[in-house]
Design a protein around this ligand. Structure first.
Ligand SMILES: Nc1ncnc2c1ncn2[C@@H]1O[C@H](COP(=O)(O)OP(=O)(O)OP(=O)(O)O)[C@@H](O)[C@H]1O
Ligand SMILES: [Mg+2]
Length: 271
């Protein structure tokens, strides 16, 4: 199952949410791969603690664009979670076509993982669109603050466009960084529920210090603050996004075989 976290707005919590869903999947015993498509490497850093994870040459997510190379997978600080790390040269793939990005990411459909989480950069381009096209599930975090009418209409447009390109995708919008004390934000959230209806996940993730602490300590939010209902909402959100997916229990966590990818690419060409 491929889960893409995407919203062109920066700082809404894409990476934090991607890491927490990965942590929950791992906790549930699901073999999980985090794919970091942001050249800043925030997800790579968040799961390894290595600030330079995206600076290394070779064995990065860019290998997906070369069907002859296996898909790299590095260990992380989270149980059952592996990382296909970012590269600070990722903007080079933006010069390639959207089709090339789709072909690259389609390889993730056949990897030996139960769950693949794609974290995307906050900019429109192949690295935002292709992950939406290959996704089984799309999660778009939003901050009540950004939801001026403009923010909401661009999100609604994006969600409508995705379903045209990928009709079977399960789409979720998700409120994050909500400050319940702010009356203005409460009104925005009410408006959002009316506009987005069932697409909007029921959990409202609030702006809380324990979220940053969890990230700094490489652990799930609900273990960082186990007595806080607001922290438990994170776990409920992760479970709702993951759904009833269960692990195969037999899938070996090995990088995909380059030869298999070649065959797939050839088959696609024939088709
Ligand atoms: N619910 C929350 N409570 C407190 N802090 C949060 C919350 N969600 C995210 N943050 C913090 O906000 C900052 C931005 O979050 P994050 O990096 O996940 O956003 P992003 O959408 O991935 O950003 P970018 O678009 O730059 O990739 C981080 O410092 C993160 O720790
Ligand atoms: Mg990010």
């Amino acid at each position: 199952m491929i889960i893409t976290i995407s919203n062109q707005k920066g700082g809404v919590g894409k990476t934090t949410i991607a890491v927490q869903i990965a942590a929950r999947a791992g906790e549930r015993g699901l073999k999980t791969l985090v794919v970091d498509l942001d050249g800043q490497g925030s997800a790579s850093y968040a799961v390894t603690g290595d600030v330079k994870a995206h600076r290394a040459a070779g064995q990065t997510v860019m290998d997906l664009w070369d069907a002859n190379k296996p898909i790299p997978a590095a260990e992380t600080r989270y149980e059952n979670v592996w990382l296909c790390r970012a590269s600070d040269k990722l903007d080079e793939v933006d010069r390639d076509t959207l089709t090339a990005a789709i072909t690259a990411l389609t390889r993730l459909k056949t990897v030996a993982y139960d769950v693949v989480l794609i974290d995307t950069p906050p900019a429109v381009g192949p690295r935002q669109v292709a992950p939406q096209i290959v996704a089984d599930v799309l999660v778009s975090p939003l901050e009540p603050d950004m939801l001026s009418t403009h923010g909401l209409s661009s999100l609604a447009r994006m969600l409508a466009a995705v379903v045209k390109m990928n009709p079977d995708v399960r789409r979720h919008a998700l409120i994050n960084r909500f400050r319940k004390v702010a009356l203005e934000q409460q009104k925005i959230v009410e408006g959002l529920r009316g506009a987005l209806k069932d697409t909007l996940l029921p959990q409202e993730l609030t702006e809380r210090e324990f979220v940053r602490h969890a990230r700094a300590r490489y652990r799930p939010v609900w273990l960082e603050a186990p007595r806080e209902p607001a922290a438990l909402a994170w776990r409920a959100m992760c479970d709702q996004v993951l759904g009833p997916v269960s692990g195969t229990g037999i899938a070996p966590v090995v990088p995909e075989d380059g030869a298999t990818n070649m065959k797939m690419a050839e088959q696609e060409e024939v088709a």
